[in-house]
Design a binder for this molecule. Structure first.
Ligand code: NAP
Length: 322
């Protein structure tokens, strides 16, 4: 907790999550003298801390390091009086007023809440995927591609993320397979065409990964050697040699702790209206927790800004801003 204000009996605004949406909301609420509390969650800074150069966040003509950008956002929020708690909110009671949020060490009450818990990469759900996690199995080419310089790797997925990962890896690796479960890409034409035009990218169509193969015996760490694939058309199995598998099969919103407490769509994304408000009056959401379309740092920050401005209005309307 920052030194500028002690915890109140009832907070005016609590922000759950510390990605660009959370920190932007915190900056706006702090500058409005509402001294919000930010619960960072286990992964402080969120998904951007797993990237290196961010080249499309305006204001940084020479690109900006992901963890550094998040660090700067945190500093900026603190400078204006945001209080930061490095804990995860495990449970919420949104049926009472004020709302009650529970963490591992206690609870906090608040008149308003902004949920900015983001999304996590989707996994295939295979046992072998866990065995080789971070030892061949990865979800971020920019973070971990460097380990496979000059090697053969596989990317799984057929969307824009898969094309982006494959094109990036093709610059480092000797060969990149793109394993997709259909014979048609979901990716935008431009990104699909770019990947198809890259000489060392080969598409493996109509295929799903059934098992990650490798050596778990001969050294202290498991070593991935390939994938066992199944043809989705004729059921045939085949093996693909690859030193790594980069999953790019979408994301899952981090909304498990909110289940049954506010409206979500079928895939767990929180439903918000134009004002970032959820189905519960006084509870707002911003960033990848509701946005599965744009998913950019800059849009998340924009949603965080909107949510904070709406919370300020809400607190004033309710006579709870002081
Ligand atoms: P996505 O568009 O949802 O694509 C996910 C891909 O993974 C699909 O091809 C899907 O196959 C496949 N998939 C899903 N579950 C699977 C499973 N269990 N096993 C095998 N394959 C599976 O996700 P995304 O690529 O992460 O993109 C998300 C959003 O971000 C999109 O709107 C995208 O345009 C955007 N984005 C934009 C950029 C950019 O413009 N630079 C870069 C990255 C992402 P099916 O096609 O068969 O469903």
């Amino acid at each position: 907790m920052a030194e500028n204000e002690e915890k109140r009996e009832v907070e005016r605004a609590v922000i759950i999550g510390s990605g660009p949406a959370g920190w932007t909301a915190a900056i706006y609420l702090a500058r409005a003298n509402l001294s919000p509390i930010v619960y960072t969650g286990a992964e402080v800074g969120g998904q951007l801390t797993t990237t290196t150069d961010i080249e499309n966040f305006p204001g940084f003509p020479d690109a900006k390091d992901g963890p550094e950008l998040m660090d700067d956002m945190e500093k900026q929020a603190k400078r204006y009086g945001a209080r930061v708690v490095y804990e995860e909110v495990e449970d919420v009671d949104l049926s009472t007023r004020p709302f009650v949020l529970r963490t591992g060490s206690g609870q906090v009450k608040s008149h308003a809440v902004i949920i900015c818990t983001g999304a996590s990469p989707r996994m295939l759900g295979l046992e072998s995927e866990k065995t080789f996690w971070n030892r061949g199995v990865h979800t971020c080419a920019v973070c971990d591609g460097g380990f496979y310089r000059g090697k053969t790797v596989a990317v799984v997925g057929g969307g824009d993320s898969a094309m982006e990962e494959a094109t990036y890896l093709a610059k480092l690796c000797e060969k990149v397979y793109v394993v997709h479960r259909r014979d048609e890409l979901r990716a935008s034409r431009i990104m699909g065409d770019r990947a198809k035009a890259t000489k060392n990218i080969e598409f493996v169509w109509n295929s799903v990964v059934e098992e990650v193969l490798g050596d778990t015996e001969s050294g202290p760490f498991p070593k991935m050697t390939g994938l066992r694939l199944k043809d989705t058309k004729n059921g045939e199995a085949k093996e693909l040699e690859a030193g790594a598998m980069f999953l790019a099969i979408g994301h899952i919103p981090n909304s498990g702790f909110l289940k049954g407490k506010l409206d979500m769509d079928d895939t767990g994304y929180v439903v918000v209206n134009e004002a970032q408000q959820t189905s519960v009056d006084g509870v707002y959401a911003a960033g990848d927790i509701h946005d599965h379309v744009y998913r950019q740092a800059i849009t998340a920050a924009g949603f965080g800004c909107k949510a904070a401005l709406e919370v300020e209005r809400y607190l004033v309307r309710q006579g709870l801003a002081d």
